[in-house]
Design a protein around this ligand. Structure first.
Ligand code: ACO
Length: 325
């Protein structure tokens, strides 16, 4: 049995192709779809996103993020004894993206599996890895969020295609004598499947149903604010920590207005919130580890600080993790 798990390295990777709102608007205009930089920024806070080139998969983005996280932790791929990848845009139906990543990393032999909880995926994956480390089943895990959401966007639907981007983030989570992950709280409610989903599936050698993202944005918005607040409070209560003691809130990066509402409910000023949605868009399961890595590498997130991660996504799924860096 290990006592605690702790993040010892973070990493991230964005595909080089960056599309500003103006770039995306002109691409959409060519298809007869009207949008503008002003509308996107006002409703979402998004200014740009990155899209992977054709042929680049979630495992490719994850590989670069993991290499960066391993370097930060001072470890080699062969030191890793568990790989969990959170993704809703896997390379294949099977095997898992985690297995494909494991082979690309050269970490062959350790357990590797995917977690599917859409935008809450990294919160789920981190909680599972923490539990496995605490039981002694693993000592050094790579926990990854990686997505190529550009592949499942309907570029004729302006209410969704302007919101998402591609990217990957990763952490190395190691067994530790001192506390890292302090508390977590996970939930799901499958009655909300219809408001955010990609309903298509593979059957009989064909894709049946629509393989593109469908979302009732207003319904998602209303649910998200309340659920994030509930998960944040439950996690803080479990650890006996007051919201005012948090150094950084790192929410899932879906919409600036959702983040502002969540921070306000916790009475946290926005200068305690790491924001990347403006430059990344919503990268689903990748958004939280990407934002964490941006916070660490920019020098804002420092060792010993108290961080609250929170996510909400399709399912509906939601949850939070409180940790000490
Ligand atoms: N450009 C220009 N106009 C647009 C666009 C666009 N890209 N999209 C919608 N509009 C128009 C609509 O057609 C509508 O026009 P109308 O009034 O003439 O009918 C008008 O703008 C307002 O549309 P609303 O849907 O009411 O806009 P709203 O302020 O609700 O913003 C948004 C929409 C941004 C989607 C918002 O509801 C939202 O962010 N919801 C949460 C989404 C989210 O966080 N999803 C991720 C969840 S995580 C996961 O698991 C993937």
């Amino acid at each position: 049995m290990n006592t605690y798990s702790r993040i010892t390295g973070t990493g991230s990777f964005l595909p080089p192709r960056r599309l500003s709102n103006a770039d995306l608007a002109s691409k959409l205009a060519a298809k007869g779809v009207e949008t503008s930089h002003e509308w996107i920024v006002e409703r979402t806070g998004i200014e740009a996103r990155h899209f992977a080139d054709p042929g680049v998969c979630s495992s490719d983005l994850a590989l670069e993020a993991c290499r960066n996280a391993l370097q930060a932790a001072g470890l080699e791929p062969t030191d890793i004894d568990l790989i969990i990848v959170a993704t809703s845009t896997p390379d294949m139906v099977f095997p898992s993206t985690a297995c494909i990543l494991q082979n690309k990393l050269g970490a062959n032999g350790c357990p590797a599996f995917d977690v599917q909880a859409v935008c809450s995926g990294f919160i789920y994956a981190l909680t599972v890895a923490d539990a496995m480390i605490k039981t002694g089943a693993a000592k050094r895990a790579l926990v990854v969020g990686a997505e190529v959401f550009s592949r499942i966007l309907d570029f004729t639907d302006r209410t969704t295609c302007v919101l998402f981007g591609d990217g990957a983030g990763a952490v190395v989570l190691e067994a530790s004598d001192t506390p890292g992950i302090l508390a977590s709280d996970l939930h799901a409610d499958g009655k909300h499947v219809g408001i955010l989903c990609v309903p298509g599936h593979v059957s009989g050698g064909q894709v049946l149903g629509n393989p593109l993202l469908k979302m009732d944005g207003q319904a998602v918005f209303k649910l998200a604010v309340g659920l994030l607040d509930a998960a944040a409070r439950a996690t803080l209560n479990k650890a006996g920590v007051d919201a005012t003691d948090i150094d950084w809130l790192i929410p899932h990066q879906a919409n600036l207005r959702i983040m502002q509402s969540t921070a306000k409910k916790l009475k946290l000023p926005m200068d305690k919130v790491i924001i990347t949605v403006d430059q990344h868009g919503n990268t689903s399961a990748a958004s939280i580890p990407l934002a964490l890595d941006v916070g660490v590498r920019s020098g804002r997130v420092k060792p010993g600080e108290l961080i609250l991660l929170e996510g909400v996504g399709g399912g509906f799924t939601w949850g939070a993790v409180l940790l000490k860096m």
